[in-house]
Design a binder for this molecule. Sequence first.
Ligand code: SF4
Ligand code: SF4
Length: 335
Amino acid sequence: MKQTVSFTRNAVNVFFHILTRCNLRCRHCYINPAQHGTADLDTETIIAWLKLFHDPAKRSNLIFLGGEPTLHEGLARCVKAARSIGYDSVTIDTNGYLFHDITKKLSPSELDVFSFSLDGATRETNDLIRGKGSYDRCIAGIRDAVSRGFEASVIYTVSSENAGELPRMVPLLGALGVTRFFIQVIGIRGRSAEEAHASPENPLQLTRERWLELVPPVARQAAEAGIRTIYPRVFLEKGEPFECAGNVAENYFIFPNGRVYRCPLCEDYPLHAFAIRENRLVRTGKINESDLFSLTIPEGCVINKLVQDGNIEYDSAGRPLYRIACCLLKDEETP
Ligand code: SF4
Ligand code: SF4
């Protein structure tokens, strides 16, 4: 069954990059150390910052990210602390290397999901994007997590480099015991922005036509195979309302240098709406991303238009043929 996951007013979603360090160097990595910092946060600071975002009146969801978050020695302690603070769900996003024996230091009652990044159904394609050896390590990591009773999900970032293998992910995930599949659209930020500028004749993002013929059917097939599948809407239908999550939902994207964004598309720029200073959350001055959320343009998302407008098509009169949805608007296919 397909449904749109509407922005919820009664939840807080915290995406916490506890470091930017990583053992891999993926071609589309969105981490931008010049903007996000290079230091690892220490464990006590992470726990102090976690307290700033938990809201007991709302469902509070936490995702630990990096860089590679399992490179942080204190990660298991941070997960346990998040539970004590009262977070309702805790996820670790990982490239699958699972450093510091993280699966042995946590139990499935403490961690809701290990979310693995895999960008190809085959070793060749995944390793071309994510680096030699990363496919085998990720598959081994999924097997390890599943064998210990953890729920495992997989994120697949679709680009022109790996779109052809998306359908082959369904049997692979089924065989591995993965229960959730997140299909993501590649963002033109971080390293992808460098690549996109270097070869504008080979766009990384799929056209609307290609996206629609590929992604929703694969999501349906995955759901039919028992795997809950979530993917971004990207292109709004004619007459469908546009809504910016920055105006109506509470999403916080936290970086080790203390920047806190409400919109992931802004992360290459010093447009963050909040900052953490001396362990306190403060609003930044003008102009920041919040000033852009309320602007209305015929293309839909303002930041998309500013930073990655290659996904918009226009008619001969210069009118956009469709609007781009908020990057946080998702569709879900449930088994
Ligand atoms: S594993 Fe993640 S953080 Fe590391 S290089 Fe790849 S995309 Fe970037
Ligand atoms: S992606 Fe666009 S619509 Fe979504 S939060 Fe950012 S600015 Fe708003």
